[in-house]
Write a new protein. Structure first.
Length: 499
């Protein structure tokens, strides 16, 4: 065996993202409230960042009657494309940062990040938010355990009922077969073996609790547990639930009539009564906190009736870099370690500020391009939406399609017709017989209109729906009709048939 050394050259292409580019993409993708949280976190971690007040108080006029000194207006940071490579010393960028401090007078009251009054204001706002938080209702398990204390039962039955309560799914049914739960309980508590009569007694104890139907082993038992002695058509319902639940779901009423001997009218009345029962009694206890949607973009008509967008910036603090630290950095006699620390923090602050500015610019341009394409939607409503792809917006704005995806992700727009997700305006379509492009949303609207106005004694099949849409100029395959019918939760023609 021969050992030796050799040198080989290999060329390959790799794409490496600079930290600045990564931060810019992350900031762009954040929704408005998440952006605010990110900014507030940066304000805590970077002492060089300041939350600039939106308005400065006008200085009081001197008693001598002399006019107040001129207030120097704030200079906006120059807009330019981010430099994302590491081959520059960014000297121009630091000069621009130095100019930021000159936009403010030497007012020590603005040197601290937050004044005492501002801290009190932020604290009051946080307390108001906490006071307005929705109280979490009791969970299904908490609700059942509280009821269990009011029932007389031997300790072993109660212990097993508590065990079953902790093994209910979100629908309120047992999360596993009953035999498996019994076996699991015996394994967990082997010191006192659980016999079958006690296990069934514990199950019955659970099934006596409210809401009715909880603790069921399947859908049939869930319905049967909800029947009371005075429930109308109780005996008919017991028969239908026990033996004909699938026939009811498929609307096979003549089959049920033939097999049970009940009249068609009795079966329909029983079905109406069955629809008052709850197949998922546990779902009423699911807690979903209200999500407040804060629009990033507002759309309003201008004086000429042209739709224009503006960004919501009341929720995002206006950032500035502390002038005090910039002066320390400019002082050649300052401690070198201090200057290096400040330099890194200034660079980090600069990246954040420019990333936020670039986010605002990109979201504004993307939103305006979307609005320009969907003017008919804003004027006439959803039935006038046009097919739109992200690549079209990317071409209009001059960015990559992934930038458009990040710019619209989890962001909302306030329009005169309501609040919509920006992604709502994207979607494919089809071409009519006249060669006109039509969005899929319009197809869904037309499909629902046909079903709503059909003869329920002879409902339209998917093929009939395809033909009816074809008469209106929308040429679609039957499988496409089926797909959109299911997406709209429209039952099949057999299930829609009225007897």
């Amino acid at each position: 065996m021969h050992l030796g050394f050799s040198q080989n050259m290999k060329m390959s292409q790799q794409m490496k993202l600079a930290p600045r580019m990564i931060q810019s993409m992350e900031i762009l993708q954040l929704p408005l409230m998440a952006l605010r949280e990110r900014i507030e976190q940066e304000l805590i971690e970077n002492p060089l960042l300041e939350d600039t007040p939106a308005q400065r108080e006008t200085p009081a006029e001197p008693e001598s009657g002399e006019p107040p000194p001129e207030v120097v207006p704030e200079k906006p940071l120059e807009q330019r494309e981010l430099v994302v490579d590491n081959d520059h010393n960014n000297q121009d960028d630091f000069e621009r940062l130095s100019e930021l401090g000159d936009a403010w007078q030497d007012d020590e009251s603005f040197s601290p990040r937050l004044s005492g009054a501002r801290i009190d204001e932020e604290g009051d706002r946080a307390l108001d938010q906490m006071a307005n938080l929705e109280a979490r209702p009791p969970s299904l398990q908490e609700h059942l355990l509280e009821q269990l204390h009011f029932f007389d039962a031997n300790p072993r039955e109660r212990q097993f009922a508590e065990f079953l309560i902790q093994n209910l799914d979100s629908n309120g049914r047992l999360s596993a077969p009953f035999d498996e739960l019994v076996s699991g309980f015996r394994t967990a508590f082997p010191e006192d073996p659980l016999d079958d009569p006690t296990a069934h007694a514990g199950l019955k104890l659970l099934q006596r609790l409210e809401p009715a139907g909880v603790g069921a082993r399947d859908l049939k038992e869930c319905f049967l547990l909800q029947l009371r002695p005075d429930t109308p058509l109780r005996d008919v319902l017991v028969t239908l639930i026990s033996a004909h639940l699938e026939d009811l779901a498929e609307n096979r009423l003549p089959v049920i009539e033939r097999r049970t001997g009940y009249t068609l009218e009795t079966i329909k009345q029983a079905r109406e009564q069955l629809q008052t029962l709850n197949p998922r009694p546990g779902r009423d206890f699911e807690y979903t906190p209200n999500q407040n949607v804060v629009p990033d973009v507002f759309v309003e008509p201008d004086a000429q009736g042209k739709w224009r967008v503006r960004l919501e910036d009341d929720y995002t603090p206006r950032l500035n870099i502390s002038r005090r630290y910039q002066q320390i950095l400019a002082n050649p006699d300052a401690d070198p370690q201090t200057r290096e620390y400040i330099r890194k923090k200034i660079e980090s602050a600069k990246w954040l500020i420019e990333s936020i500015e670039q986010r605002h610019s990109t979201v504004r341009r993307v939103a305006q391009a979307i609005v320009d394409h969907q003017e008919a939607f804003l004027a006439n409503g959803p039935e006038s939406i046009v097919p739109l792809k992200m690549q079209q917006i990317a071409d209009d704005v001059g960015v990559h399609v992934t930038t458009v995806s990040r710019a619209v992700d989890d962001k909302y727009v306030q329009t005169p017709r309501g609040i919509f997700a920006l992604k709502r305006f994207f979607g494919g379509g089809t071409t009519t017989a006249d060669g006109e492009e039509v969005a899929w949303d319009i197809i869904r609207i037309k499909l629902k209109e046909l079903v709503d106005h059909e003869d329920k004694s002879a409902p339209l099949s998917d093929e009939d729906l395809m033909n009816e849409l074809g008469k209106q100029g929308y040429t679609l395959a039957r499988r496409t009709i089926t797909k959109y019918r299911k997406a709209l939760d429209i039952p099949s023609s057999r299930q829609r048939k009225a007897y």
